[in-house]
Design a protein around this ligand. Sequence first.
Ligand code: AMP
Ligand code: ZN
Length: 118
Amino acid sequence: MHDPNCIFCKIIAGHIPSTRVYEDEEIFAFHDIHPWAPIHFLMVPKVHIPSMAQLLPEHEALLGRMMVLAPKLAFEQGCGPYPEGGFRVVCNTGALGGQEVHHLHIHVMGGPRPWAKG
Ligand code: AMP
Ligand code: ZN
């Protein structure tokens, strides 16, 4: 369920500090340490899933919950209302997808442009 060498598992367990945005029994969200945008947080499942490439049918409800939660958290964090405002969701997968941390995470970015990236 958890990988002792995984930095995001350590964040979820509280062994590495983070700025928490949200937590429930299945999902943890925290600010990205190197934000690309004025608002930039990460949403992760508490269970260690390395990437989208390992998703199974049993994860459908969890990923669905994360996607439904993303706009709620984005607006709570200050993203402007749709359609003038909004936010970007990114889920890098694998080396060519730009994934650096191999614990599935959804980037949620928003706020006034220009952004550093994205
Ligand atoms: P990715 O390239 O999609 O794997 O993105 C990994 C993200 O994790 C990057 O945007 C990093 O800035 C972020 N990150 C890495 N370590 C930490 C940390 N200790 N706390 C918060 N964010 C982190
Ligand atoms: Zn992990």
